[in-house]
Each structure stands twice: as C-alpha cells, then as structure tokens.
Design a protein around this ligand. Structure first.
Ligand code: ATP
Ligand code: MG
Ligand code: FE
Length: 353
C-alpha cells in the first residue's frame, strides 16, 4: 500500500505519497530559503514555525493529488533525526497523529538513511540501482560523510568532516565574496568565469589516510586573500571562486577514492546532498573513477537533483524499505537532533546499539 513521507529536519518542508512499489504518486517541496536569507543561515525557531504552518497543507495537497484519503495509506514515515529539533518534532508529531488516528504503522526515518537509500527507488537510476555494498558520499549543507551502505539498516560511516560541512564551506566562501545565501550555486556561476589556477589554495587532508574531511583551513585561506584585496575586482572574485571550487572538488575526489579503497567490494559511488549539484565536483569524481577496468570498475551514480537535496520522496521510500522488513516504530519514539547512521535499527525487535 501507499506511504506518506514527511520531511522537516532543516529548511525544506516536504511531503510525498509513494505507492508500495515506490512509484511516486505525488510530491511537494517548499523551500524556506526566503525566510532565512536575510539572516545568512537557517534560524531554527523560524524553521520550526514555518514547518508547523506549511506541513499540514502540503500533506493534504499530496494526498489529494494521489487520490487517497489518510485511511487508504499503509503507513506514515517522517524524518525523526538528525536535524533541527523543533522541525523534527513538528514533522514526527504530525506523522504520528495521522498514524494514531488511522491505526497505521509509523516509521521514524533517519534523514541520512533516506539520502542513502534514494538510489534504490525503482526506475530512478539508468542501468538499475547499485547493488550493496555501495559508497555514499553525502555532501550537503549540514553533512560531509563517506558511508558504506551494506544493506537496509546496515551502514558504516567511514569518514566525516572534522570541522565544516562542504556546503557550509561553499556558503562561507560565497559570503566572503559578497554573494547571497545560500551561496553554493552563486559561487558556481561566478567560478565559471574564473581561472581555477590563479590562487593556489590549500587542499586540506589531501592524500592522508582514511577519508575524513576538513574545510576550515580552506575558508581561512580565502578570507586572507579577500583581506589582501584579491577579490577587489570582478576578475579577482571569479578567479578566487574558481580556485576555491577546484580545491574542494580535488579534495572530495581524493577522499572518495580513499573511501572506495576502504570498501573494495563497492561497484558504485553514490553522491547526494546539495553540493552534488556542482558540475565541477561531479566532473572531478567521474574523472577519478575513470581508468579502472572490468571487475574493478566503479560507476558514479547521481540521483536527479531534486532528489539530491532534501525532499520527502526519499523519506517515504526509506519508510517503505523499513516497513517491508517489519521495522515500524512506536508512537513514543523521540526525535533525535543527533542520530548517527550506525545507530539505525536493522532488525525488528532488536534495539539499536
Ligand atoms: P542536510 O545537510 O540536512 O541534508 P541542507 O538543507 O543543508 O541539509 P541540502 O539542501 O542538501 O542540504 O544542500 C544545501 C547546500 O548545498 C547549501 O550549502 C548550498 O550552498 C549547497 N549547494 C547547492 N547547490 C550547489 C552548487 N551548485 N555548488 C555548490 N554547492 C551547492
Ligand atoms: Mg536545505
Ligand atoms: Fe539532507
């Protein structure tokens, strides 16, 4: 049966209805970008109130478009962490309310698991979904991680950022260049007119063992150059943007290659998160995967952009995957602002570690 998915962990309010086989019956995403832009970042209290205001309407709209009433659903899945606690409480409580009223199973979805399983949506990826295990490179505003995806509910984090998330680094560099928030896409457009070799910026952790990330040194280097007047003229700004983007892309490709060496059975590298939209980043990853032949070939799998950034289709799908395994959650399940993937439950009746 159909599952309603709800997403409210950050600054996207989203709802979606998927048929039991994963067919998307209706979806809606409302970005709160406009409400946070003048503060230069997501304001948790504003986000929570906006979710409260918009989620019921979005949920009703997708159900209507799917031609379903709440009682026709087979389950409700809501993001229950990690993320901003106010928004998580809004979405999870709303989902629990529907589940309680209609006697439906409720699934508390880990947002990172939803990103990790998106590529398994039937028909989404040309050539079919990747087999387990695959490597997930999650590059968004709040996360920068390499995750071994070994099965539904079976994840190992291989590396993470020691300081800023990569989207955050893009946004901070963009701010230094005088671009509006969120700056990632603006920086990419500016960089298109720049020379990536003009400024030799640091490549933090490049070539180091493991696959952790660090971006604060890179951001500081950009700040120093801006202070010295490197971005005083238009060409300087474009060159600095291009140099920054090239450094990030090179680091991401290097770290992903290290992660793949830690997961030799993986035949696919899956990118997700807003930064996966960046063409230079994608090209650097693709270039790094080229060369390997035959059995050792690893393909780059990038979901369409609307499913890379936060959405409710992925939440409903994660709900379907979990319901198939009998992994519903009790209605007193508490949302978690921090919820590492390793602590996601893999089997019914077994509590997470
Ligand atoms: P979470 O980390 O919980 O998934 P989020 O809302 O911060 O949440 P996304 O919506 O996936 O993450 O991504 C937003 C981030 O991606 C922002 O930091 C934005 O600047 C960055 N981003 C979007 N497009 C691009 C691009 N073309 N190039 C670089 N960065 C980009
Ligand atoms: Mg967002
Ligand atoms: Fe996300």
């Amino acid at each position: 049966g159909a599952v309603l998915g709800l997403e409210s962990s950050c600054d996207e309010t989203a709802a979606a209805v998927l048929a039991g086989d994963g067919t998307v019956l209706a979806e809606a995403v409302l970005s709160q970008e406009q409400e946070h832009a003048r503060f230069g970042g997501v304001v948790p209290e504003i986000a929570a109130r906006a979710h409260l205001r918009h989620l019921p309407r979005l949920a009703r709209a997708v159900l209507e478009r799917a031609g379903l009433a709440p009682g026709d659903l087979a389950g409700v899945a809501a993001t229950a962490g990690p993320g901003l606690i106010g928004g998580l409480i809004v979405g999870a409580s709303f989902g629990k309310g529907i589940a309680l009223a209609r006697g439906l199973p409720f699934v508390a979805v880990n947002h990172l698991e939803a990103h990790a399983l998106t590529v398994r949506l039937p028909g989404l990826i040309e050539g079919g979904p990747p087999d387990f295990p695959y490597l997930l490179l999650l590059v968004s505003g709040g996360h920068c991680q390499c995750v071994a995806v070994e099965g539904v509910g079976r994840y190992r984090r291989l590396g993470t950022t020691l300081d800023d998330a990569v989207g955050e680094a893009f946004d901070k560099a963009a701010k230094l260049l005088g671009l509006p928030w969120p700056g990632g896409p603006h920086l990419e457009r500016l960089a298109a007119r720049g020379d990536p070799r003009r400024f030799p910026l640091p490549r933090p952790l490049l070539g180091r063992p493991g696959c952790d990330f660090s971006f604060s040194g890179l951001k500081t280097a950009v700040a120093h150059l801006v202070a010295k007047g490197a971005a005083a003229d238009e060409q300087g700004r474009a060159d600095l943007a291009a140099s920054f983007q090239a450094a990030v892309a090179e680091v991401l490709a290097d770290r992903a290659a290290h992660a793949l060496a830690m997961l030799p059975a993986a035949r696919a590298l899956v990118v997700a998160g807003g930064v996966a939209a960046n063409a230079t980043v994608r090209a650097a990853l693709a270039a790094r995967l080229e060369g390997a032949q035959g059995r050792n070939r690893v393909r780059l799998v990038a979901p369409p952009l609307r499913l890379c950034t936060d959405n409710a289709v992925m939440v409903a799908w994660a709900g379907i995957e979990r319901l198939r395994l009998g992994l519903a959650d009790p209605l007193d399940h508490a949302p978690r602002p921090r919820w590492p993937l390793e602590e996601v439950r893999a089997r019914p009746g077994v509590e997470a570690r």
